[in-house]
Structure formats: C-alpha cells, structure tokens
Design a protein around this ligand. Structure first.
Ligand code: PLP
Length: 725
C-alpha cells in the first residue's frame, strides 16, 4: 500500500486509547472530584477498549476472504500474548494471594477463559473470542445480519452491565444473568461485548472507510466526510454522556463498560480516525500494546518505590500526579521494550513470495482509473457490468472483483457457473450473470449462489423451466452473430419464454460481432443488429410484455456506439485498459491504462559458443559468442509459443532483448549478450512498462497472431497475482 495512504490515524489513536485505559485503572481525578472522575474514567475512557476491538476488526474481518489463515494467525498471536502476560503477572498474583483462593481450579479456568488472571487481562481472551465469532458471522451471513446478531448479544450484555438494575427486577432475567455470572464475572467479554465492535471495524474496512458511495466512487469530499462524522460523534457522545449520567444517578449500573450510545459513538469516532492518512507507525502499535500490558505492574512498582522513598503523598495520594507518573513510566518502559523487541526480533526476511518465479502484477489504481473513465462515457442511468471471466482476463478474479465490489460496482458477468460460485465464495455481492451454457442439472446451485443464468435458446429455456426451481435469468437474443440466443424474429418464442413460471427474467441482451470494425459494411451490420434488438423490444411493449433490463455493448460496442440507451454495458477488455489489437481505432478514446504487467525472474545465465544451439529442435544457433538468460516462464504460464525465435521481445535491465529458440512449457531463453550485467533472480518484464519503454499486451498478442483478449485470458492458470496499489 502506498505509504502516505495508510491509516496513520489508527496508529496515533492507539496511544490515546492506551492512556485512557490507564486512566480507568488509576482514577486520575479522585482527589479532585468524584463526579469528574466518573465522567473521565466511566464515560470518556470507555471508548478505549472498543477502539482496540474495532481496529482488530478493521484489519481482520472482511466479507471478502478466501481462507481462514488470517483469522487463525490473529487468534494465535492474541493467545500467545495472553499466555506471556499471564506468566509475567504470576508474581503479582502470588503477592495478591490469588493462588490461595479455594477452590482454585474452577476460578482459574473461568479467569483464563473470560475474566483474565489480572483485572485488565480480560481484554485478550475477549479479543480472541470476539474475533472468531465476528469472523464466522460475517463469512456466513452478510454485514446486516452479522451486525444484527452481534447487536442482540450486545443488548444482552447491556442488561448485565450498565442496565443490570432493570434486568435484576425480572426473575427470569435475574436467573439468566446469575447463570452467566457463574462463568464470567461481567458481560463485557468476548461473547457480548467484543463481537459487535469487530464486525463494525470490518464493515468500515470493506466499505473503504465509507468514502466510496453506493454506485459512484468517491461520493463526497474529504472535508464534508470529516465534518459529518464529527457532528455524528458529537451528538452520539452527548447522548452517551446523558445516558451514563442518568444510569449512574439511578444507581442501576452493575458495571459501566457498556452503553447504548457507545455504538454510534465508536462508529463515528472510527470514521474520523480513518480520515487521517499518512505513514504507518508500526512501533506505536507495539508501544501501545506494551503500555496496556505492563501498566498494572508499573502501578505496583510505583507504590513500592513511593513507600520506600516516602513519596506517597506526591506519587500515590495525589491522583493526578499518580496518573501521569504511571503513564510516563509505562511509556518509558514501553519504549525500552519496543526497541529491544524490535532489535532482537528475527528480522523479517524480505520475502519475494509470489514474485520468485513468474507472476502477474495487477495495478489497482489503473483499474480504478479505467472504471471512472468508462463511467464518464456511459449513458446516464446505465450501469457497469464488469466482465470478470477467465480469472478476470488473467488479472486474478479475487483481486479484481473484490476491488470493484469495494468501489461499488454491483454487477458482474462470468462465463461459467463455477466462476460465479467462486465470486460468491469470495464474498462478492450484487448481480452475477453467467454468459455461457450451464448444464440444467446444476439448477440448484444457480439458486443457492443467487446466480443469473443466460437463456441461450428456446429449447434450453423450456428444459430449465421444467426443473421446478425458480431461477434468475437474462434472455439472450441473437441479432446476427449466430452464436447463442433466441433469433430476434421469433417473437412467439420470446413471448412463451416470458410466460415460463420458473424463470425470472431480469434482463435481455444481445451481442455484437463486429462493433470493433470501422468498415462501412460492418457498421451497417451492427446498426442492423441494434435495429433488430430494439424492434423486438418495441414488439414486446406493444404486446404488453414487461421489458426487463436491456444490454448490448461490450467494450468496443461502448467505445464505438456510446449513444445507445441501455441499462448495462458489459465491459471486459477496456476495464483492463488494453485494446484487443494495436491498430484499433475507436470513436471514443478514453484514457485507459493497462492494469496488468507480466514479469518473471532470470533462472540462469550461460555462455554459448558460436555454432551451439539452444532449446528444442535446435531452432536457434548462435552466430557469435552469446550470453543466454533462461527465464522462468513458458507457454503453460500463458506466454505464447508463437513468440519463439525472435518474434517476442522482453525487457531485461530496461533493454528489449529477443526470445531465442522455442518457448518451452515452463521456460524460455533470451539473448542478453548486449544487455549488460544480468544475474540470476533479476526481474524481467514481458508485458508492461520498464523505464520509458513499454511492451503492450496488444502488441505481444499481435506478434502471436492473436488478440489481447486471448493472450490475457490464458494467463489465469499458474501465475500468482501480485497487487500493486
Ligand atoms: C466476453 C464478453 C463480453 C466482454 O467483452 P469485451 O470485449 O472484453 O468487453 C461481453 N459480452 C459477452 C457476451 C461476452 O462473452
């Protein structure tokens, strides 16, 4: 991620939150005003812990997720820190007489699972449990439902916390909470308290901090965003303040961690924090954690020292001075520990995982840029249907679709049902249209994954209808391409399809076969296709058949016939910022930027004598003493074999060098005699920019007598995708 775009606000607020938590445990204002102390430690400081939960949720929870790895490593890390903290505090526990309790074991288990073995440590098990719960809820349900479930848990928690006085009066409730309190001293734990904040954190992360609007991209200016959230925070905080004071006066609080208005308060506060972008401050992250863990120890140590040095009056009895002393000493100790752990941590190896052989680099900034360019030329009220078939044209379905979904793109097209299912498993919401054939035997999966199926012929529609499962569909009309679709002039069949009761027809579309061509005959043909399609629509209107959403254009259709009025445009290749062929001329020429670069590593450099050959078929024989670099990429990675023997060029050291001999399945050779120093591990660019030079996908495809669509579409097999933001 771009350094200056990171959430520096989160890192900075970690320190503030840590000092607020120290305040809860030291009551800084007791010697000044009891009321003031209540306000500071029982109301204001109550945002500290939820902030940490939200931060963890922000980085952990996402509905876009492929595996559970991230969640497990979060839990592992939290549990390890917890285990370490438990051990560190054993001496304090001994001193407190903790181990003299009888019976010890049930109490110990309860504390380890919920309450923490020292008063502040409950946060760590709560964090692990809350994280797991939130993670599964968001994956299984959507955000709305996950928020609803965790809000119900939170409400149950409230009545065991700030609102206990009310619950206590109802016997059934009293009994319920009695049971809970046998297991956990409070309801502010990993079940009732933490999950809702984790879910909220994830929600804000998936919605790009709320900056992206529903269907338009940056929906409002940064200042307006900030002002709105500050207002929201001020109002919610005032309400929480009133709530807390009222509950306090009524004397109903059993504990005071949870308030109703803490939820909106945290939501707005976190959005404010997210608007501060800048450099990441990883050390502050560690520092805040260390302060949090060690401050109780500092409190004990400070009391001891104060006693020895007879400074109790200043350092203990004066609550304000005591608080600052604890903060300063904890911070100093924290800095020492942070620096120490930093220096002694096994240095993270600069990993080249994913880029160690051959890989695709997907530039998501360019993708975003292209989407905006395309949206500019789309007719009003027309929506983008992003075509992400064939691994998003080799760019990685997951990386591309998730980014588009976060940007607010709500419609997707794929070629196969399995591509559609993959999108759902990644958490993509919105409409997903399968453009190709799906066996009717899989009709239940269409329904289960909420996919829309293209009706490719009358016969297909009839059979699909007979399966007895209600499915979403788009009807395809053949207006001259003669591939899939019901012929445009068979109105009676179209009419019958619209009466089939198991088919919900949300859309109707056709596909152009020569919209890329500027030849007058081809243009006339396309105009004919358009006329046929609109003619059919008119006939439907006349016969009173409700017209569903309409779409016709793919990339070249939009670039050459932008005036057509439609509900969707199905855009593939243009989204990825390339033309199909280098010489293509289009009516509109938006500034599209290539998203994909294809790169690989040098595996070996060897010297070849004049007259020696390289590779299969001895297709290349050196005419001079040469240096040959073997590259770790081949046709099984999508680099066409047709580029053998000098038809392809790649950038080594910023210089274009030719492919020599035949491209193999997994490797190929280039002549680097004139390319300067080349060594194993050097990165080679096969498609993309290097310095001032660029090798375009369309040119590479053209050299292989193909088009970019095929070239890119074949890259989705073995190559890992690295995202560049
Ligand atoms: C692949 C495909 C598209 C996307 O085409 P591009 O030229 O890549 O924009 C649109 N519609 C249908 C039916 C397709 O098969």
């Amino acid at each position: 991620m771009n350094k200056n775009k990171s959430y520096t606000g989160i890192d900075r607020f970690r320190l503030i939150a840590a000092y607020l938590i120290v305040a809860i445990h030291t009551s800084p204002l007791t010697s000044v005003s009891a009321e003031g102390d209540f306000i500071l430690t029982r109301i204001i400081a109550r945002i500290g812990v939820p902030f940490f939960f939200m931060t963890s949720g922000f980085f952990l929870i996402s509905r876009y997720s492929r595996d559970e790895g991230r969640m497990f490593s979060f839990v592992k890390r939290t549990v390890s820190i917890y285990a370490l903290a438990i051990v560190i505090y054993i001496p304090v526990n001994i001193y407190n007489g903790y181990f003299r309790q009888t019976p010890l074991l049930p109490e110990l288990i309860k504390d380890i699972l919920f309450d923490g073995t020292l008063y502040h440590l409950w946060y760590l098990p709560a964090s692990a449990a809350g994280g797991i719960l939130a993670w599964y809820l968001v994956r299984r349900l959507d955000y709305k439902k996950a928020i609803a479930v965790t809000a119900v848990l939170y409400a149950l928690g409230l009545f065991g916390d700030s609102y206990y006085g009310f619950a206590e009066r109802i016997p059934a409730f009293r009994y319920f909470y009695m049971l809970i309190f046998q297991v956990s001293d409070y309801t502010r734990n990993g079940i009732f308290f933490a999950p809702v904040f984790f879910v909220l954190g994830g929600f804000l992360a998936d919605n790009a901090g709320g900056v992206f609007g529903r269907n338009g991209f940056i929906s409002q200016s940064a200042e307006r965003f900030l002002i709105k959230n500050c207002l929201g925070f001020a109002v919610s905080f005032a309400l929480m303040f009133g709530e807390a004071m009222a509950l306090h006066r009524l004397g109903v609080q059993r504990h005071d961690s949870m308030y109703v208005f803490l939820l909106p308060c945290m939501y707005f506060l976190f959005r404010i924090i997210l608007s501060f972008k800048g450099k990441r401050l990883t050390r502050v992250r560690t520092l805040s954690l260390v302060i949090y863990i060690i401050h109780p120890m500092v409190i004990v140590a400070l009391r001891l020292f104060a006693k020895i040095l007879h400074l109790q009056e200043l350092l203990v009895e004066n609550s304000v001075a005591h608080y600052f002393a604890v903060c300063i000493l904890s911070t100093l100790a924290g800095i020492v520990i942070t620096v120490f752990t930093d220096n002694f941590k096994p240095k993270k190896r600069t990993t080249d995982r994913g880029t160690d052989r051959a890989y695709v680099e997907a530039d998501l900034n360019n993708l975003e840029h292209n989407v905006r360019e395309i949206q500019k030329i789309m007719p009003k009220d027309c929506r983008l249907m992003a075509v992400v078939k064939a691994q998003a044209y080799g760019h990685g379905t997951y990386e591309i679709a998730v980014h588009l979904n976060k940007m607010g793109v709500g419609s997707y097209a794929v070629a196969t049902i399995d591509e559609g299912i993959a999108l759902r498993r990644y958490g993509i919401k919105g409409e997903i249209l399968i453009l190709g054939y799906t066996a009717v035997s899989r009709v239940r999966e269409l329904k289960k994954y909420d996919l829309s199926q293209t009706l490719i012929s009358f016969e297909y529609a009839s059979v699909l209808n007979k399966q007895g499962v209600f499915v979403k569909t788009h009807l395809k009309i053949d207006t001259g391409m003669h591939r899939l679709g019901i012929p445009w002039d068979e109105f009676s069949k179209v009419e019958k399809i619209f009466s089939m009761k198991n088919l919900r027809i949300d859309g109707m579309f056709t596909h152009f076969c020569c919209a890329d061509s500027a030849k007058p005959a081809d243009e006339a043909f396309t105009r004919g296709q358009i006329a046929h399609f609109y003619g059919l629509v008119e006939e439907m209107e006349e016969k009173g058949i409700p017209v569903p959403k309409l779409h016709m254009q793919s990339s070249y259709g939009l670039l050459n016939y932008p005036e057509l009025s439609c509900d969707y445009v199905r855009i593939g290749i243009a989204l990825y910022g390339v033309l199909s062929s280098p010489g293509d001329d289009t009516l509109l020429k938006p500034d599209l930027r290539p998203v994909l670069s294809l790169k690989c590593r040098v595996a070996l450099v060897r010297n070849i004598k004049e007259g020696e050959s390289v590779g299969y078929g001895r297709a290349y024989t050196a005419e001079r003493e040469s240096r040959i670099a073997l590259l770790s990429i081949g046709y099984a990675d999508g680099y066409p074999r047709a580029l053998s023997c000098g038809r392809g060029q790649v950038f080594v050291n910023g210089q274009a060098v030719p492919v020599v001999g035949r491209v193999c399945m997994d490797q190929l050779a280039v002549d680097v005699t004139d390319a300067g120093e080349v060594a194993r591990g050097d990165v080679v660019t096969l498609i993309g920019m290097e310095g001032d030079g660029e090798i375009r996908a369309s040119a590479v495809a053209d050299n292989a007598e193909s088009i970019s669509n095929e070239l890119l579409g074949r890259m989705g097999g073995r190559l890992p995708v690295i995202v560049k933001i």
